[in-house]
Design a protein around this ligand. Structure first.
Ligand SMILES: [Zn+2]
Length: 306
């Protein structure tokens, strides 16, 4: 075993052998355009040498708060410059074969276009719920949408279930026609789009072993607890995990949940569900190893890089 000191935390991780059949997966979420966190993640990945890195949404800065002129454009600029450099460094220095990406409720539709350019170059792979990505015999499915939040950006929000009442306050969606965000009331934002439950019914369930990457955590779990001990996860995501039972389910969104619940992972049926959480002082992540022959999870560690 190799003992790694990552920031303040020791990680006991077995050394990967040259002919190993373990997939080592590094998952983090909610970096919110924090360039120090991105640098910390590269440093951690360089030591951990994952095969695959999974970035679970809310990756970009809240440009609406910093510069009204760039409203909705700043994130796309971030993807095309600092994020692009980050992914290039990450792959070079960690040796990761693939960087999987989903979006989150703070990400504008404009960044989806910019991330698509990086995907076209082969720098990242954007995960969707309708088409599995396969690497070394393990399938990955992604889902970016969360139930309604109080925040302004609405490109990656959906009602959780049919019949749910839209929130009182609306927000804005990115307009591809006008190349800027357009403000709408809640009814306009949520009507005419499928609910998360409907999207989960349309999910193309891949062959096992498969990994589900969803920004929203499962409702009423140890992974969706706010500071006030309320559950902010998705009922439909939970139902999908219970029904489809992926080997592993990776989440983010509620940064404080591991500190509030005291747990960063939880089993739902046979699925290991993870939310590594996020802080501002150190980047939080999870390291999971999957044995490709037995299709079992052989290692699970939580880490922080200060
Ligand atoms: Zn977030």
């Amino acid at each position: 075993m190799l003992l790694l000191r990552i920031g303040w935390l020791d990680l006991a991780i077995g050394v990967r052998e040259a002919n190993a059949i373990q997939m080592r997966l590094l998952h983090t979420s909610d970096l919110h355009g924090n360039v120090s966190h991105y640098a910390r993640l590269v440093a951690a990945a360089e030591q951990l040498r994952p095969n695959v890195v999974v970035l679970g949404g809310d990756l970009l800065p809240d440009d609406s708060a910093t510069d009204p002129q760039s409203f909705g454009h700043g994130q796309a600029a971030f993807v095309r410059a600092p994020f692009r450099k980050f992914v290039t460094d990450l792959k070079q220095r960690s040796g990761a074969a693939e960087v999987f990406v989903i979006f989150g409720n703070h990400d504008w539709g404009s960044s989806t276009i910019a991330m698509g350019e990086l995907a076209d170059e082969g720098l990242v792979r954007i995960l969707t719920h309708t088409d599995a990505a396969n690497i070394d015999g393990i399938n990955f499915i992604g889902y970016s949408f969360t139930p309604p939040t109080p925040w302004y950006v609405k490109d990656y929000e959906r009602l959780d279930r049919p019949g749910d009442v839209p929130p009182f306050i609306g927000g804005a969606r990115w307009s591809h026609q006008f190349s800027r965000p357009v403000q709408h009331g809640a009814k306009m934002i949520f009507d005419g789009h499928p609910t998360i439950k409907e999207d989960m019914a349309a999910l193309k369930v891949p062959a096992q072993p498969w990994v589900f990457v969803a920004h929203a955590p499962p409702f009423s779990s140890k992974l969706d607890q706010s500071f006030s001990h309320q559950s902010y996860g998705s009922r439909s995501i939970r139902e999908a995990i219970e029904t489809y039972q992926p080997l592993l389910s990776l989440h983010g969104n509620i940064h404080e949940s591991p500190r509030v619940s005291g747990e960063w992972c939880e089993n739902i049926g046979t699925t290991l569900c993870v939310n590594a959480g996020q802080t501002t002082k150190a980047v939080s992540f999870a390291v999971i190893e999957i044995d490709e022959a037995t299709r079992r999870i052989t290692q699970r560690e939580h880490g922080q890089q200060a």
